[in-house]
Design a protein around this ligand. Structure first.
Ligand SMILES: NC(=O)c1ccc[n+]([C@@H]2O[C@H](COP(=O)([O-])OP(=O)(O)OC[C@H]3O[C@@H](n4cnc5c(N)ncnc54)[C@H](O)[C@@H]3O)[C@@H](O)[C@H]2O)c1
Length: 318
């Protein structure tokens, strides 16, 4: 099997490449290194079945596929994961984020149409915005501020979802949409503003952990290996064209609980500082993963403490 992964040098993309290579696939990883790093691909690049292409997927697909020696080989799957993903990064790269999720997704669809590959588009729980329904099922349409500070990400992902599912109907491609909920693990960037790297770094330095608001807002946290397992199942099973599936862990923790667990595992005393809640920050978020269980026989298996220990180890070595 030949797999193309856009966003390959990022946190999720690099783990995806590693897993596909372990499964025996030939993998072409495409990335412009806007937020990713080639060091994330150290394991992948040790394989002769891996090719890295530095290119911007917001440019026409011929510019990122044409310069490949593998170009004449048809991919069976394309996993479109290129996009800044943390609020710090997508606010910094707001217009590029909109481009990659809108124009880049149009190019990914065109490439899938030309090659006959199954396309999996990485969308997000942010498609649900600040949800009025809890937990969030795929049938929920969301509560998104279309002009807020997060809209460059939320609305461009929603456009990407609409484009892929419309292309399934109009062009007959095999496109699928995964709504990914908060995922964590090794290779997250230390300074990208997401809560788990923030807490891990502060706890390892013995500094206070910064909690936004009163820390009673909830999140669910999926370990990256569990996510990647669900992604591979979703991308490779037949008969799922046009499907939209949540993948995430349905355990729910307050941010304050997360702070307590992280400090304990890091072996440090819990000290908190408070900061204002960012605008449009959802108060509760948790996936309903019934559909993933039914369609993919998938469920998350890594307990939060196990995943946090591995993540702390990664940052400790960092
Ligand atoms: N990590 C999560 O918890 C999470 C949650 C929901 C959705 N997602 C989605 O999963 C995908 C990967 O997220 P991540 O956490 O690995 O983020 P990341 O920032 O670590 O990785 C994204 C990668 O995409 C690359 N990229 C960005 N724009 C590009 C472009 N125009 N052309 C080529 N490459 C480009 C970056 O350089 C980076 O390597 C994103 O689409 C994100 O929206 C992630």
């Amino acid at each position: 099997m030949i797999a193309y992964v856009t966003g390959a040098a990022g946190f999720v993309g690099s783990h995806l490449c590693d897993r596909l290579l372990r499964d025996g696939a030939d993998v072409v990883g495409i990335d412009n290194l806007a937020t990713g790093a080639v060091e994330n691909l150290r394991d992948a690049q040790a394989s002769s079945r891996f090719t890295f292409v530095q290119a911007d997927v917001s440019e026409p697909w011929e510019t990122w596929i044409a310069d490949l020696s593998a170009a004449l080989q048809r991919p069976a799957v394309m996993l479109h994961f290129a996009s800044p993903a943390s609020p710090v990064q997508y606010e910094r790269l707001a217009l590029q984020t909109m481009a990659v999720n809108a124009v880049g997704t149009m190019h990914a669809v065109a490439a899938a149409q030309a090659s006959g590959a199954t396309l999996l588009f990485a969308s997000t729980s942010e498609s649900y915005g600040d949800p009025h329904e809890h937990p969030q099922r795929e049938t929920y349409w969301g509560n998104v501020n279309p002009v807020g500070i997060r809209s460059c990400y939320d609305e461009s992902k929603r456009f990407g979802e609409a484009y892929v599912t419309t292309a399934v109907r109009k062009l007959g491609i095999d496109g699928r949409v995964v709504r990914i909920f908060n995922t964590y693990g090794p290779r997250m960037q230390a300074g990208d503003g997401r809560v788990i790297p923030n807490f891990c770094i502060s706890a390892l330095r013995g500094e206070p952990l910064t909690v936004y608001g009163d820390g009673s807002q909830t999140r669910s946290f999926c370990y990256v290996d569990d996510l990647v397992d669900g992604l591979v199942r979703f991308a490779t099973r037949s008969g799922l064209a046009g499907r939209v599936v949540n993948i995430g862990n349905d355990g729910e923790y307050t941010i304050r609980q997360l702070a307590e667990i992280t400090a304990r595992l890091a072996g440090t005393e819990l000290r908190l500082t408070r900061d204002a809640l960012p605008p449009d920050d959802p108060t509760r978020r948790k996936p309903d993963v019934t559909l993933a269980r039914e369609l993919l026989d998938w469920q998350p298996t890594t307990p939060l403490e196990t995943g946090l220990r591995r993540t702390l180890d990664y940052f400790r070595k960092g």
